[in-house]
Design a binder for this molecule. Structure first.
Ligand code: ADP
Ligand code: MG
Ligand code: MG
Length: 213
């Protein structure tokens, strides 16, 4: 996966987030303040534009993710902006200046991104946050890579990871929120999918779509 692949990933995220903006807003209306769709649409649109207009253009996958993260921090407020922004920046930093990224390196970068989210937000799995989608996706990705020959196609592996993220997001429905705005609702947070877990599933789905293109 090269620089163009990572630009295409961010463009695909911007596309699916814009497409699902109202759905994310509806999820956040139920257990938050109804801004998650607008927040992420604003952030990823800005990231797509920043990548297109950067001079010089991003030279490496790491540059792409770092610029994306910086833009998210600048443009998205609330809880999700700093969390997603820092995660993308950490992924960029972890990839360093490598011109090509292997699936194993991508898994390590996602792992580093998750670690930052958990350091900043202190959420464990089961707290009904984006962590509930990201953590199982990374576990699935890492396990699937162990079974994939080095020259094998990584498309199906990313598909498995996206599915794990979607299942993780769906599995937040019966959970009680213990972090973020939804936690103020206590037991009334039960019965709704967490918006951040849903958007994380979209981000992983966009990765799989980009690999399949
Ligand atoms: P805000 O809640 O400030 O309006 P958003 O609506 O954009 O921000 O994002 C809400 C999402 O952020 C939640 O659905 C949840 O997934 C995620 N989130 C909130 N707090 C935390 C946390 N401490 N750790 C991980 N994720 C969190
Ligand atoms: Mg919100
Ligand atoms: Mg808000």
């Amino acid at each position: 996966m090269d620089t163009a692949f990572f630009v295409a990933w961010i463009e695909e995220i911007a596309h699916v987030i814009a497409d699902q903006r109202d759905h994310l807003t509806k999820l956040d209306a139920a257990i938050g303040d109804a801004d998650h769709g607008a927040n992420l649409d604003r952030g990823f649109s800005a990231a797509r534009e920043a990548l297109a207009s950067a001079d010089p253009p991003p030279a490496t996958p790491g540059d792409v993710l770092t610029l994306t993260g910086t833009t998210l921090i600048r443009k998205v407020g609330g809880a999700s902006g700093p969390l997603y922004g820092s995660a993308f920046r950490q992924m960029g930093k972890t990839l360093g200046d490598a011109p090509e990224v292997t699936p194993a390196a991508l898994a390590m970068a996602l792992e580093a991104g998750l670690a930052v989210v958990q350091r900043l937000g202190a959420a464990e799995e089961g707290d009904k946050t984006m962590v509930d989608a990201l953590a199982p996706a990374i576990r699935t990705l890492t396990a699937a890579l162990e079974d994939t020959p080095a020259d094998g196609s990584y498309g199906p592996v990313l598909e498995d990871a996206a599915r794990a993220a979607a299942e993780g997001a769906h599995a937040t429905i019966p959970l009680l929120a213990r972090k973020g705005r939804a936690s103020y609702l206590g037991p009334r947070s039960i019965g709704h999918e967490d918006p951040g877990a849903a958007s994380t599933a979209l981000i992983l789905a966009a990765l799989s779509t980009t690999a399949a293109a």
